[in-house]
Write a protein of this length. Structure first.
Length: 695
């Protein structure tokens, strides 16, 4: 069941073509800006404001600057030869300047603005050689019409073919549709912030309120940004309450299977692993459903925690599923699990899209009967209607495409299942709250003692030959290495190595088996090539970022990343984490193509300075901003239109507190303030996340 949209929002949910002056062609241009509804346009706030207040003379302005001035036209100067512009010379009370126009419009200009007339002129004033000049001014109006030039004019992000004036006219029409909504904020909280109501905030943010000052606009934007953060937190918290309800009674987990597995593992668990495992087992034993995110830096030992968690669910009498993003990782997990479960009588199976015919039918029958206790597969496993006898735990490994909507659908389909999400890409606190506010969060930040440290070096591309020479010596000593390239095949820019060419050059230079893996290699062949590297038949694996996540080859102790300036900070850290998984000293070499841009230089310096993924995640947020990070990492999350998580950490915490207070007092948003909050959820697109709110 879905929420009924409040009647007060009906006009905002009309198609953009419903506005006067917006035809199909203009609607297509707006669609490029993700503006399809009137609501989208209302939330498309200006990126800046032009100050067009009247000045007495251009002599009082330092160009370049936007200027509005009353001036008298002296003469018209038609263009001479070549591409010279048509010019109009003017003077104000103290200085002279000219207007420049390109194109065949001189007769019209001469007719409309004759010499000797006075005109209000507004536009960008620049200095051209020794003259002050305004090219194609925004306004040229008669002396009696100067009031038509706004003192302050909002500037919007535009699509090609859509002018600022056209956008401003469309926004004017949209402002007529903005309703005066009931207040969803606590009155005392609102009073301390001195925020206007929602409608006045929208008008002020678009520079269309009675107070058009910078302060009024900033205050309005602050409120609207907070509204967006609160809508996000409110949706997560209400959804969390409904999803955590479970009809299951409390059942204690045994641990008889843990002992043999830990003996086979051969290493002591870290304090962090033991603590996280206790949290997970307590959740599984609880009558309330577990929704937990396990953040573990690369090499922190999440896989053993995942297996022990699955065994806890099995000892409870249920079944478990581990989902991985690729078949390579599925089979890698299977090999690890089989080795660790060698002394545990347990049914475990791999189920992928490659399972066919009688083999697949037999697997499905065993899953339905409960003979198979643990299933490993890609995310598609739970989308195929597979019947489990008693699914108690779903572990999602490296869940980059497993957003809020995905986990909501999964848990709705499997009422008894607990959910453990794992990521080796540490998430900054602000992003974790917005993307995983419905989950408890556990952190593994302690590196197991048997994992080696990784040294990181940065080298210019001209030293690639030296890197290859040293790599050859390491291979002769029995080590293995990754060599990462950003591209698969030939490119116009010869500076950037491509995987196929690099594999050929390494074979010739080192004279040892070199494997090649990239996205164009068929899936089964990729698995076979990765297996060759795993068992040591291949000394060097040249690859694109398909090896970024999860691949575990303990003997691989060298990672070379070519054209490293093309990779993001978090991606570099993930790639580096493919080594340092055994007892050998490990190294990561970042090869770059000079000259380095400022941000690329900051990324490479940061990755050299620290191996701490959580610190790197915060650096990445600061360098790239929240919008790109959320978009890159979590396709299932709502993108933020107004809020900037890189700078609004404190506001996010307050928004969560306000949303938490409301949900605690009104879990189903049935009070007057709760009903107002339902409108807030609609405004920012969160209504689809709350199907059970009115049930």
């Amino acid at each position: 069941m879905t929420l009924d949209r409040p009647a007060s929002l009906f006009r905002l949910y009309r198609q953009i073509e419903s506005l006067s002056g917006v035809g199909p062609a203009t609607a297509q241009l707006l669609d490029r800006l993700d503006i399809r509804l009137v609501r989208d346009l209302v939330l498309h706030l200006p990126k800046s404001v032009l100050d067009r207040q009247l000045v007495k003379s251009v002599a009082d302005v330092t160009p370049p600057a936007t200027v509005t001035v009353l001036a008298e036209i002296d003469r018209h100067l038609p263009p001479g030869t070549g591409n010279q512009p048509y010019r109009i010379e003017l003077h104000d009370s103290r200085a002279s300047f000219c207007l420049a126009f390109f194109g065949n419009m001189w007769r019209r200009l001469e007719y409309r603005h004759p010499a000797g007339s006075k005109r209000y002129v507004s536009g960008r004033l620049d200095r051209f050689q020794d003259d002050l000049q305004m090219v194609h001014p925004d306004y040229i109006l008669p002396e009696t019409s100067g009031h038509l030039i706004p003192d302050r004019e909002p500037v919007y992000r535009l699509a090609e073919g859509l002018s600022g004036k056209a956008m401003s006219k469309i926004v004017d029409k949209a402002m007529e549709c903005v309703p005066d909504l009931s207040e969803w904020h606590d009155p005392d909280f609102l009073k301390t912030r001195h925020w206007p109501g929602w409608r006045d905030s929208i008008l002020a943010a678009h520079c269309r309120w009675r107070d058009r000052s910078d302060k009024a606009m900033a205050t309005a934007r602050s409120r609207l940004s907070f509204d967006e953060l609160m809508a996000n937190q409110l949706a997560l918290l209400v959804g969390r309450n409904t999803l955590r309800d479970s009809p299951e009674s409390q059942v204690d987990c045994g641990d008889r299977m843990h002992g043999p597995v830990l003996v086979a593992f051969g290493h002591e668990l870290t304090d962090g692993q033991r603590m996280v495992l206790r949290e997970i087992v307590a959740d599984i034993e609880s009558p309330r459903r577990m929704i937990r995110l396990l953040q573990g830096d690369v090499g922190s030992g999440k896989t053993i925690v995942a297996l022990l968690s699955l065994l806890a669910a099995v000892e409870q009498g249920g079944q478990g599923v581990l989902l991985a993003p690729t078949e390579i990782l599925v089979h890698q997990h299977y090999r690890k699990f089989r080795k660790l479960l060698q002394d545990v009588p347990l049914g475990i199976s791999v189920l992928t899209g490659r399972s066919r015919g009688s083999q697949r039918k037999g697997q499905l029958d065993e899953i339905a009967s409960g003979d198979i206790s643990i299933v490993l597969g890609t995310h598609a496993v739970l989308q195929e209607g597979i019947g489990f006898r008693d699914l108690r735990l779903v572990v999602v490994d490296e869940q980059h495409k497993f957003g809020v909507g995905h986990r909501r659908a999964l848990l709705t389909a499997h009422p008894a299942a607990n959910l453990l999400m794992m990521t080796a890409t540490p998430i900054p606190r602000t992003l974790a709250l917005t993307a995983y506010g419905d989950a408890d969060i556990s952190i593994l930040d302690e590196r197991p003692a048997h994992r080696s440290e990784i040294r990181t070096a940065i080298m210019p591309a001209e030293r690639t030959g030296q890197v290859i020479e040293r790599l050859g010596r390491a291979v002769d000593d029995g080590r293995q290495a990754y060599w990462i390239c950003p591209l698969v095949a030939e490119t116009d820019d010869e500076r950037h190595a491509v995987a196929e060419q690099r594999a050929d050059s390494l074979r010739r230079a080192i004279g040892k088996p070199v494997g090649l893996v990239h996205g164009r290699v068929p899936a089964q062949e990729r698995i076979e090539r990765m297996n060759s590297f795993l068992v040591g038949e291949t000394c060097i694996l040249v690859a694109t970022t398909v090896v970024e996540v999860g691949v575990d080859v303990p003997n691989a102790s060298i990672m070379v990343i070519e054209s490293a300036e093309r990779f993001g900070l978090a991606q570099l850290h993930q790639l580096r984490g493919r080594v340092g998984r055994g007892e050998h000293e490990s190294a990561c070499v970042l090869i770059y193509n000079p000259p380095l841009g400022e941000q690329a230089g900051q990324r490479l310096s940061a990755i050299r300075e620290t191996n701490d993924g959580f610190r790197i995640a915060e650096m990445d947020l600061a360098l790239r901003g929240s919008g790109e990070l959320v978009g890159d990492r979590q396709s299932g999350e709502v993108m933020f239109r107004l809020a900037d998580l890189a700078t609004e950490t404190a506001a996010l915490g307050e928004a969560r507190e306000q949303a938490g207070n409301l949900v605690t007092s009104d879990p189903f948003l049935e009070s007057e303030r709760g009903k107002a909050a339902r409108a807030l959820l609609f405004l920012f697109g969160h209504d689809r996340l709350l199907p059970a709110l009115d049930s």
